[in-house]
Design a protein around this ligand. Structure first.
Ligand SMILES: NC(=O)c1ccc[n+]([C@@H]2O[C@H](COP(=O)([O-])OP(=O)(O)OC[C@H]3O[C@@H](n4cnc5c(N)ncnc54)[C@H](O)[C@@H]3O)[C@@H](O)[C@H]2O)c1
Length: 377
């Protein structure tokens, strides 16, 4: 996003604040690692008051707010007490994956819009429950995919939408690290629920699915493994408690006769499982692989196409976004709350993302391809 665009956006915020004359009361559920980025962004927003925080670990939320110098916050032992006792305009759900659905649904049932960290859930059933609660509430959930706000990421969609690639028929995507297994709550079934799939896999799926308009996934043949996570040689003392995937791969059929070939790794014996490539009948786009789809592009994309009968390559210059992706994510949520506009990253799309992840896990367990069944919400 250019500076000119960004300054217009700041001006709008100031004007709205004058009109509304009231600050948005925000609560934070889960005060761990990612909550740090939420609070840093909220603190910069003049129209926000952080009024409440909850964490299951006694004293954690208090220390968190002290660390960030935020005063006047009321503290609660879980999302329930917080939501029961506060009048909130919005909440950030920053809990680990297995605790995404319950606080989100509870907030929606109390009429509170939610900025929910990614992945939306662990299972498709939980994602469906979130979508149903959202529909019933008339409020919205926006999912924390900050890469959506990266100018390069947006360029992928613009290129696809321009038609220069023709009909898209095959996509390979994914990414990963040669060695990069996180610790903390990411690696246990009871907290993370899923591993590399939920941590970074959901980003690479979102990157390409958003670019092509989120077609419905139809079938999936999935594979997951945990060779590195469970081996003390590679994962030290954490190996004993490692109970999620550290690698996943899948062959997915999407509506519109599109094949998605996907792989994601927290650890492997190669530097990258490959660039993302979008194959179209008129051109192809190569998006250089990164360790982790956190929205950072370190090399330009390349467009391969024919021009005047010759095969040519066009380098797409790296674009500058002009603001922190985390700030843009939080700001987009606040603006939707204020203006009553749709969720910036809607669950109607992310439901399909979660359906693929869920399908990979189920197919891997069964050892064969499965149909993906997504009910109408
Ligand atoms: N968008 C990003 O770039 C990004 C980056 C890292 C993590 N994440 C996501 O953020 C989420 C949290 O990750 P993290 O590393 O901060 O985890 P964490 O374990 O550091 O923090 C989660 C906190 O939530 C608390 N908690 C759990 N259930 C709760 C409940 N019902 N009520 C109140 N508190 C509760 C836990 O006690 C813990 O302190 C994960 O889903 C992860 O995928 C997103």
């Amino acid at each position: 996003m250019s500076d000119a665009v960004l300054s217009q956006f700041k001006q709008t915020v100031v004007e709205e604040k004058k009109e509304a004359g009231k600050k948005l009361k925000i609560g934070i559920i889960g005060t761990g690692w990612i909550a740090e980025s939420h609070i840093q962004s909220y603190k910069q927003m003049e129209d926000v008051e952080i009024v409440a925080a909850a964490d299951l670990i006694p004293g954690k939320a208090e220390k968190f707010m002290q660390r960030f110098g935020v005063e006047g916050v009321r503290f609660y032992p879980s999302h329930k007490e917080m939501i029961d006792n506060e009048e909130l305009d919005g909440v950030s759900v920053c809990t680990y994956n297995t605790q995404h659905a319950a606080p989100t649904i509870y907030a929606l049932e109390h009429g509170i819009p939610v900025l929910l960290e990614k992945p939306v859930s662990v299972t498709l059933e939980e994602a469906e429950a979130v979508c149903r609660a959202e529909k019933a509430s008339g409020k919205f959930v926006s999912v924390g995919f900050q890469p959506r706000f990266d100018a390069n990421m947006q360029m992928i969609k613009k290129i696809v939408d321009s038609g220069v690639l023709g009909k898209i028929y095959y996509i390979q995507t994914g990414g990963g690290r040669r060695r990069g297994i996180p610790g903390s709550t990411f690696i246990e079934k009871s907290t993370g629920g899923i591993g590399a799939l939920g941590d970074i896999g959901c980003y690479s799926l979102d990157m390409v699915l958003n670019a092509i308009g989120y077609p419905k996934p139809l079938t999936v043949s999935g594979y997951v493994s945990d060779f590195f996570g469970k081996d003390p040689k590679y994962n030290g003392a954490d190996a004993a408690r490692f109970s999620v995937d550290d690698f996943a791969a899948a062959f997915v059929r999407l509506e519109g006769d599109i094949i998605l070939d996907f792989r994601i790794a927290w650890a492997m014996h190669v530097n990258t499982p490959g660039d993302t490539i979008i194959f179209g009948t008129e051109g192809a786009l190569r998006i250089p692989s990164t360790d982790c789809w956190n929205g950072s592009f370190y090399k330009p994309m390349t467009l391969y196409h024919d021009l005047a009968g010759e095969r040519v390559e066009t380098t797409i210059p790296l674009l500058k976004t002009g603001a922190s992706l985390f700030d843009l994510k939080v700001r987009s949520f606040l603006d939707a709350v204020k203006n009553g506009t749709p969720a910036p990253v809607p669950t109607s799309q992310i439901l399909y993302n979660q359906a693929i992840i869920d399908g990979i896990c189920k197919s891997a367990e069964l050892g064969h391809e499965i149909e993906i069944d997504i009910p109408e919400i």
